[in-house]
Design a protein around this ligand. Structure first.
Ligand code: MG
Length: 497
């Protein structure tokens, strides 16, 4: 057992109750997305709200905080024990930063803003959401003030989602992408090598048959369905972990364009694997589980993009498709590969391809930065959105629903979340490049259905550390480098040009 220090043991003893509340609340959240009838929402929200208050009370109990402070003063703790102190100090700091009346205001505003956003999007009427967005920006700025920051208020919000991430970090990543990836995208679009669309996008499939395809694919990766995991259906696919031995994913079925279903299943498998390969010694402790959204997304993007969009995977998937959905099996593996790798500027982020995706995030980053650091009015945002879309992707939304109203994030009060998608995407390719130095060509392993060396590498470099180290330190320790967008730029150039 990794924990010897008596104070740490005492902390963990108390922490089990907080862990249990998180466990229960994850089950409620999963059920809400997968099984709950519509009208259950009101009671479910109250139950979830009460549970989160209970866990916050336990976290901020003076005895508990005193124990954590005491442990922080020791200089003989193990790495794991130091990790526990770091995670708890951070949780306590964030939880104690906001006065209760502010927490209540956030919760009321975001729930009303979310229904206003839904109505605005349905009616394509931005004026229904704009006043709420002004309130949400104000809340974001005040949240940053409560949390504190060194340089920009937006830094405080970024840090909430990705510990240690700053405006300057994101700025430097995106300026490279804008300068180097944009010309590559333009070149891809001007050449014929990469298709812009594919007939398979229109082909209808039977949902039951496709669910057998998805199941066979994740079983082939080693997803322990029935033993330690499940796969269900929800409107927006997600992964949730109740513990090391109960990690669940969901997927979606639109009945056409099957790559959306397959790739989102493979994506969620990547998130799930991160949780399944945790060190069981960390069970019931604050360091169990993925360390940040960006690192988590690097795992899902690795499986989705590096594995799922490879020619070897198309070859592997072909007989499975042929068996369950014969009309798709008529297309060759190479055709399926190109169908999975089409590139075309589109208005909707969630449907974007590997190359254009990051530009969707860039539009949002530019806007969020101004929202928080400079103070802009909601009424001026759609124009800004449209200008950036035109500049980066050469297309302009014709409606608000396809433009500034498309994402739910801001209505939920999450400003500063989007950049973690790009962090994950870039990091996944960088990790893949380091992995190949150690285990040889990833494609060869995929061709041989030999996923073990890939999973072992991810486990030993990332998964087994849980949340011991903050994200930037984890990356430096595992590959000896910081996040470097150059890997992704090179990957896109080599793959698509
Ligand atoms: Mg994800």
């Amino acid at each position: 057992m990794a924990f010897e220090n008596l104070t740490i043991k005492e902390i963990l003893e108390k922490y089990r109750r907080i862990w249990a509340i998180h466990h229960a609340s994850s089950v409620l959240g999963w059920d809400m997305e997968v099984y709950m009838p519509k009208q259950g929402i009101m009671e479910r929200s109250v139950a979830e709200g009460e549970l989160s208050v209970m866990s916050q009370e336990l976290l901020l109990e003076p005895d508990f905080v005193a124990l954590v402070d005491k442990a922080a003063g020791f200089d003989n703790l193990s790495e794991e024990e130091n990790g526990i102190v770091r995670v708890l100090k951070r949780d306590i700091k964030i939880s104690s930063s906001f006065p209760p009346e502010f927490v209540r205001e956030v919760s009321e505003t975001t729930s009303k803003a979310t229904s206003a956003w839904k109505e605005a999007k349905d009616k394509d009427d931005y004026s229904k959401f704009a006043p709420w967005l002004d309130k949400l920006m104000d809340i974001g700025r005040r949240a940053a003030d409560y949390l504190g920051y060194e340089k920009y208020p937006y830094d405080a919000l970024l840090d909430m989602f990705e510990e240690g991430l700053t405006t300057d970090d994101v700025e430097s990543i995106f300026s490279k992408l804008e300068n180097e990836l944009k010309p590559i995208l333009d070149k891809i679009l001007s050449e014929d090598k990469v298709p812009k669309e594919h007939p398979l996008e229109k082909l209808k499939y039977d949902t039951k048959a496709m669910s057998r395809v998805n199941e066979e694919i994740v079983r082939m990766f080693g997803f322990p369905i029935g033993e330690r995991s499940r796969i269900d259906v929800s409107a927006h696919p997600f992964t949730t972990e109740f513990g090391v031995n109960d990690v669940r994913i969901t997927t979606r079925y639109e009945g056409f364009d099957f790559k959306r279903s397959v790739l989102s299943t493979v994506h969620e498998f990547g998130h799930a694997l991160y949780e399944l390969q945790q060190n069981p010694d960390f069970m019931f402790t604050p360091i169990i589980g993925g360390v940040s959204l960006g690192i988590h997304e690097s795992q899902s993007r690795f499986w989705e993009n590096v594995i799922g969009r490879s020619i070897e995977f198309a070859e592997l998937m072909h007989p499975i498709l042929k068996k369950h959905v014969p009309e798709i099996g008529e297309y060759s593996p190479e055709e399926i590969y190109w169908y999975f790798n089409t590139v075309r500027p589109d208005l909707i982020r969630t449907e974007a391809d590997v190359v254009t995706y990051n530009f969707h995030i860039l539009v949002r980053f530019k806007i969020e930065k101004i929202m928080i650091n400079e103070g802009i009015k909601a009424k001026d945002l759609p124009e800004l959105w449209n200008e950036e879309m035109e500049k980066l992707l050469g297309i302009k939304p014709k409606s608000y629903a396809d433009g500034i109203l498309q994402d739910i994030h801001w209505a939920h009060g999450t400003i500063g979340y989007f950049p973690t998608y790009t962090i994950g995407t870039l990091l996944s390719v960088q990790l893949a490049s380091h992995m190949e130095k150690d285990i040889g060509k990833i494609g060869e392993h995929v061709r041989n259905q030999d996923f073990k060396p890939i999973k072992e590498w991810l486990k030993n470099k990332i998964h087994k550390y849980g949340s011991i180290y903050p994200p930037k330190e984890l990356v430096r320790r595992s590959i000896g480098e910081n996040l470097e967008p150059e890997y992704f730029i090179k990957y896109v150039r080599e793959k698509y040009l």
